[in-house]
Design a binder for this molecule. Structure first.
Ligand SMILES: Cc1cc2nc3c(=O)[nH]c(=O)nc-3n(C[C@H](O)[C@H](O)[C@H](O)COP(=O)(O)OP(=O)(O)OC[C@H]3O[C@@H](n4cnc5c(N)ncnc54)[C@H](O)[C@@H]3O)c2cc1C
Length: 475
């Protein structure tokens, strides 16, 4: 019988990996507490939204992947891919095999935007588009990129990602890890104008300065701004004075506005940034998007926007809403449907009576909501694992803590789980595909494998080949 503290982490995005890593580096571990950690993910690949959210033309994020890779490559944390909590593994299973479980399931869906016309053909969720261009295994591989004029609703980094990928020429994305079907789809896109709309003013945008400035480096795409959108109330002035990030972004936007006066706009595509526009209705005949109507807003002195009653319409053939991500409920756990999070007190999961559920914890976006950068998930994870370790004398004892018990259970259910060795094989396969598709100065570091069945097959056949290691046989 194992004496180690057995911990399951559900979700191998940054929050899950950080939680597992921080456990192994905790004071308790240094003082001799033996830990045995299994990390599960519903995908055969680890890294969550770093793989399926972060835009392909943001290679600097790869540095973070390298750090997470090193953690999982050490061998003291087991990875089980292609295992979905709620379908392949239940809370009862987790309780049977582990002292504690940490849910780090993140978010993958769009927050709703309830305006008339949102269901028309050509009205899309930004998160779905992100999943498509990042080669998510569970979304359709086809995306209708037929619009010449597109509206993107939202003023956060995801809106900028969506707008930039839509506006960019496909060849400029070719050196990235985009899948083949994504390149082909973008290459055939007739888009000329992408309009990004925010409800408030330039001092209230939720972009980060780096993402904003990046727009000016996109080849053959002009940025277009509108003087009437540059309104600043007292709260804006205060934010510009006291917040460097706001000051930088307002400075960047104002410079672009001034520069565009003298600079001829010659690019074949344009990216328009509109402020003080609140979406009212997506319009269209015959079931397809033909336009979008906004109410102009004004700032109310506190940085909030109020309607002016003035309506403006734009002809567009596609609308992408990028108004935030939203977490999904997990079977057998309470869920806060207003915030899209698992109810918790500093990482301790709560039941319907707001009482901590013994041995059940949460971290990352599903704990605090889908905002913040990858780095923020580390602080989250630290809080959660600190509380877990503080509770360790109270944790329920699992009936079957043996290392192979969970593998045997998954195998007996026919779950085609993958392992770290399998991911290494898939990773190598994707890199080799990248090398094979590189020509001359075009270097492709990786080409993603998209279909889940193919990902699983590549992972599992490599695992079987590297036999000899009995712990990797799946029966
Ligand atoms: C479009 C987009 C672009 C972004 N760009 C950047 C950026 O450039 N820089 C930056 O710092 N941050 C960026 N972020 C933010 C960053 O992605 C998040 O801060 C971070 O990924 C949150 O980590 P997480 O581990 O909580 O969730 P996630 O990354 O969502 O990971 C959750 C994991 O849980 C797994 N999971 C979910 N449900 C189950 C289940 N039932 N069973 C098993 N596994 C499950 C998922 O498959 C996933 O792997 C971006 C986010 C988005 C949406």
């Amino acid at each position: 019988m194992s004496t180690a503290l057995r911990i399951a982490v559900i979700g191998s995005g940054p929050a899950g990996v950080y939680a597992a890593d921080l456990l192994t580096k905790s004071d308790a571990a240094k003082a001799g507490l033996e830990l045995s950690i299994d990390l599960f993910d519903r995908y055969p690949a680890p890294y969550g939204l770093i793989r399926y959210g972060v835009a392909p033309d943001h290679p600097r994020i790869k540095g973070i992947v390298t750090a997470l890779h090193k953690v999982l490559d050490r061998g003291d944390i087991r990875f089980f891919g292609n295992v979905e909590f709620g379908a392949d593994l239940t809370l009862a299973d987790v309780r049977e095999h582990y002292d504690a479980v940490i849910f780090a399931t993140g978010a993958i869906k769009d927050a709703d935007l309830n305006i008339p016309g949102i269901g028309l053909n050509g009205s899309y969720g930004g998160a779905d588009f992100v999943s498509w261009y990042d080669g998510h295994p569970d979304v359709s591989r086809d995306w209708a990129l037929t619009a010449r004029e597109v509206a993107v609703i939202g003023n956060g980094n995801v809106a900028l990602d969506v707008a930039r990928v839509l506006a960019k020429h496909a060849d400029d994305l070719l050196p990235t890890e985009i899948p083949e079907n994504v390149y082909a789809g973008l290459a055939a896109s007739p888009v000329t104008d992408v309009h990004v709309f925010g409800r408030r003013g330039p001092a209230q945008v939720k972009f980060t300065p780096l993402e904003l400035r990046e727009l000016s480096h996109v080849k053959d795409v002009d940025i277009v701004l509108y003087e009437e959108d540059f309104d600043f109330d007292e709260a804006s002035d205060e934010a510009i004075r006291t917040n460097n990030q706001v000051k930088t972004m307002v400075g960047t936007l104002t410079n672009w506005l001034v520069e565009q006066e003298d600079k001829p706009q010659t690019a074949s595509r344009r990216l328009h940034l509109h402020f003080l526009h609140s979406p009212v209705e997506i319009t269209g005949a015959g079931g397809a998007v033909e336009g979008i109507t906004f109410e102009r807003t004004e700032l109310d002195g506190t940085g909030n926007a109020r309607g002016t009653g003035e309506l403006v319409s734009y002809p567009v053939q596609a609308v992408y809403r990028a108004v935030g991500y939203f977490g999904s409920a997990l079977p057998e756990l309470e869920f806060d449907y207003r915030r899209g999070v698992i109810p918790n007190a500093a990482g301790r999961v709560l039941d319907a009576q707001a009482t901590p559920v013994p041995g059940v914890y949460t971290t990352g976006w599903i704990k605090r909501g889908p905002v913040g950068l990858i780095g923020h998930t580390k602080g989250d994870a630290l809080e959660t694992i600190t509380n877990l370790l503080a509770d360790r004398d109270l944790l329920p004892t699992p009936a079957q803590p043996e290392l192979n018990a969970v593998e045997e259970k998954l195998a007996s259910r026919g779950v085609e789980f993958t392992t770290w060795a399998g991911w290494l094989a898939l990773d190598a396969y994707e890199r080799a595909l990248g090398a094979a598709n590189s020509t001359g100065s075009l270097l492709r570091e990786r080409v993603k494998v998209v279909p889940r069945a193919e990902m699983v097959e590549i992972s599992r056949s490599a695992e079987l080949e590297s036999a000899g290691d009995a712990s990797h046989s799946h029966g």
